[in-house]
Design a protein around this ligand. Structure first.
Ligand SMILES: [Fe+2]
Ligand SMILES: [Fe+2]
Length: 460
């Protein structure tokens, strides 16, 4: 991607006159047709490894999305569509608050012949917290022990996946599995796509523990550190580990889903990591986790509600018990940020605004199954359609956090701090308005096949 002398954005890609602009964080899908200003075909129609140079002018919806953010860059994803010189990484964006994907003709594409190459989405900013602030987290050691570790449950009192699954050593095992499969027959495919996506998200837990251990001042320095922060991170991970286990085993026993495709997606996802843009900065990191724990609480709560509506009370119980863990974790992370607001209101409100400007990416935003280059967007669209996790939820979470941290009541802020305060306090209604507009413009989407359910299609 380049910028032409006239300031137009130039995208190198196979010829395609449709640009899909979407915001994964808002879960909205806005399509617009780009106007080709010029198309040059260097070396013929299908230059090996080079693609076709085309110039696009952004119109309409893309421009309105672009106006929402201070910096816009575009990420084409040609490396999965056709090979490029230099390993296909040349098209990566250096910064992409709004991701734009130049689509191939079909969402189903051949598996890449080369080994999987992780994508880099942004300039990776590191260690953005001033080093002196590390002292804040050191001084909060005792506070964390008394206020955060209390939100962990002793292992002996925790539920385990086996509590909700057929007991393999019992005589009634086969009968229980049969009953589970009978119940799952009543559940539609679009629900399974949401449940699978949620399960895959949970199963990428190694990535989330890594992410927490990137944070300066709170990371587990040894792998068995006794600081409150490290104890929390390990115990949190251990609690979370039950979520993926339980959903994975339920889905396996249901017989409704393609486990091998799901397992491949998990392997790809852990290999890709995640890009939450938290910059080794625990202010940003704990704002991110506060947001995400509430998002997963909402999402699992909704799959519980829908399972009940489909008559599977045991699955409703499974999703509900996971949601209750997420709620407890949300309480802990929001308490940490509440404390940061108390100690350093200016720094914390700046961090909050920074995360919201960058948008909260979902933990599984890099998911891929070897087939669908837009898997995460397609999964998100099904979750949006079913009401499992929606753009409205995103705005609601933001509003919840603004209230929870009493951001509107902060006083004595710097000029920049005041601006950040205004930004976060007025953002939720703006997101809702943009989403409503995007929904109004949305065209009927095609039916999307999901490898997770043997290629069966979901009508969006
Ligand atoms: Fe979880
Ligand atoms: Fe969680």
């Amino acid at each position: 991607m380049n910028t032409s002398p006239e300031g137009k954005i130039v995208i190198l890609c196979r010829i395609s006159l449709t640009i899909k602009v979407h915001s994964a964080r808002f879960l909205s899908r806005t399509e617009c047709v780009a106007t080709p200003l010029a198309v040059r075909l260097p070396g013929g129609l299908d230059p090996p490894g080079r693609g076709v140079e085309a110039r696009f002018d952004l119109t309409d919806a893309a421009a309105s999305m672009a106006s929402m953010v201070s910096r816009v860059a575009f990420r084409a994803e040609p490396f999965r569509c056709f090979p490029q010189a230099g390993g296909g990484r040349s098209a990566r964006s250096s910064r992409a608050p709004v991701a734009s994907t130049v689509r191939c003709a079909s969402t189903r594409i051949d598996a890449p012949k080369k080994p999987f190459t992780p994508r880099e989405l942004h300039v990776q900013v590191t260690h953005s917290m001033p080093p002196q602030n590390i002292e804040i987290f050191k001084s909060l050691e005792d506070w964390a022990e008394n206020n955060i570790l209390v939100h962990l449950k002793p292992v002996e009192k925790c539920w385990q996946p086996q509590d909700f699954l057929p007991e393999p050593s019992s005589e009634g095992f086969y009968e229980e599995v049969k009953e589970l499969r009978e119940r799952s027959k009543e559940i539609p495919d679009d629900y399974f796509v949401c449940l699978i996506g949620d399960m895959i998200t949970e199963e990428a837990l190694p990535t989330y523990q890594t992410m927490l251990n990137t944070l300066d001042g709170v990371r587990d320095e040894t792998g068995a550190s006794l600081t409150s922060w490290a104890v929390w991170t390990r115990a949190w991970t251990a609690e979370e580990n039950r979520h993926g286990d339980l959903l994975n085993k339920y889905l396996y026993l249901s017989g409704r889903v393609d486990m091998k495709q799901i397992e491949k997606t998990i392997q790809y996802l852990i290999g890709s990591g995640m890009d939450p843009r938290t910059e080794n900065n625990p202010y940003l990191g704990f704002i991110y986790t506060s947001f995400q724990e509430r998002a997963t609480f909402i999402s699992h709560g909704n799959t519980a509600r829908l399972a009940k509506e489909h008559g599977d009370l045991k699955l409703a119980q499974i999703c509900g018990i996971i949601a209750s863990d997420e709620k407890r974790h949300e309480t802990a992370y929001t308490k940490i940020v509440e404390k940061l607001f108390e100690i350093d209101p200016n720094g914390t409100v700046l961090a909050f605004a920074d995360m919201m400007k960058k948008k909260i990416s979902m933990p599984a935003h890099l998911m891929y199954d070897g087939h669908d280059a837009n898997l995460f967007e397609n999964f998100s669209a099904v979750a949006q359609q079913l009401g499992v996790y929606t753009a409205k939820d995103y705005a609601d979470i933001l509003e919840f956090l603004v209230t929870r941290w009493k951001v509107g009541e902060l006083t004595g802020l710097s000029g920049e701090g005041n601006q950040a305060q205004d930004f976060v306090c007025t953002l939720a209604p703006r997101i809702r308005r943009l989403e409503e507009r995007a929904q109004g413009r949305a065209k009927k989407a095609p039916a999307i096949p999901f490898s997770w359910i043997y290629g069966r299609e979901i009508q969006l």
